[in-house]
Design a protein around this ligand. Structure first.
Ligand SMILES: CC(C)(COP(=O)(O)OP(=O)(O)OC[C@H]1O[C@@H](n2cnc3c(N)ncnc32)[C@H](O)[C@@H]1OP(=O)(O)O)[C@@H](O)C(=O)NCCC(=O)NCCS
Length: 174
């Protein structure tokens, strides 16, 4: 990975840059659930969300910066409901120009490390990925995620129904 890229937890003042990155990704790839229109959140709402994430023991948001620009985002999104607060939902998006540089690998390693650390309550990590997204599937398999199910018609892209894989990894002792 490029040594100039710095990975850290997002802070509230990153909000505008986070939304800019998500808009960029939305137009660069059809692999995200979000459409080409990108996120509809305001900067203020994103700012508040990041503030809450910093206090959370089930959610973490990492950003990768090349100088001042966010070029990658990786998140474990937890659930506040007591019956589900051991489950973290993973998402990751890297700007196309930076694909294949092991940035995805490094960010996923940091997420898993956080999930396994004493500051997390998580016991199960899960994610969904389009079956055709071979690069992402390879990344998740490499990290130790296992395929649980294939969901036929799990997503619709430009009128085409696509298979979606549900993958998971157990973390921590119970
Ligand atoms: C998927 C994504 C996060 C991967 O990040 P990345 O930085 O490009 O990945 P890495 O460089 O760390 O490579 C990950 C693995 O994929 C492999 N890989 C690269 N291109 C591949 C391809 N076309 N097919 C299969 N595997 C491929 C790499 O060789 C590497 O495996 P290895 O370490 O065993 O060699 C990134 O490409 C991305 O954000 N894509 C768009 C959004 C997306 O798809 N997000 C996931 C939605 S579930």
């Amino acid at each position: 990975m490029n040594d100039a890229i710095n990975i850290r937890e997002a802070i509230p003042s990153d909000a505008e840059k986070v939304l800019k990155h998500l808009h960029r990704i939305a137009s660069e790839t059809g692999f995200m659930t979000m459409g080409a229109e990108g996120p509809s959140k305001s900067i203020e709402a994103e700012n508040k969300e990041i503030e809450a994430i910093l206090e959370s023991d089930v959610t973490v948001l990492l950003v990768a910066l090349d100088k001042e620009e966010i070029v990658g985002i990786a998140e474990i999104h937890g659930n506040d409901k007591p019956k589900l607060n051991h489950i973290g939902d993973i998402s990751i998006s890297i700007a196309k120009e930076y694909w294949g540089l092991r940035l995805g690998t490094t960010m996923m390693e940091k997420l898993v490390e956080w999930a396994k650390s004493p500051s997390s309550n998580l016991k199960r990590l899960e994610l969904t990925v389009q079956a055709r997204n071979e690069r992402a599937r390879r990344l998740y398999e490499k990290m130790g995620f296992e395929l649980e199910a294939i969901m036929p018609r799990g997503v619709k892209d430009n009128g085409v129904y696509l298979d979606v894989c549900l993958m998971s990894m157990m973390v921590g002792e119970i």
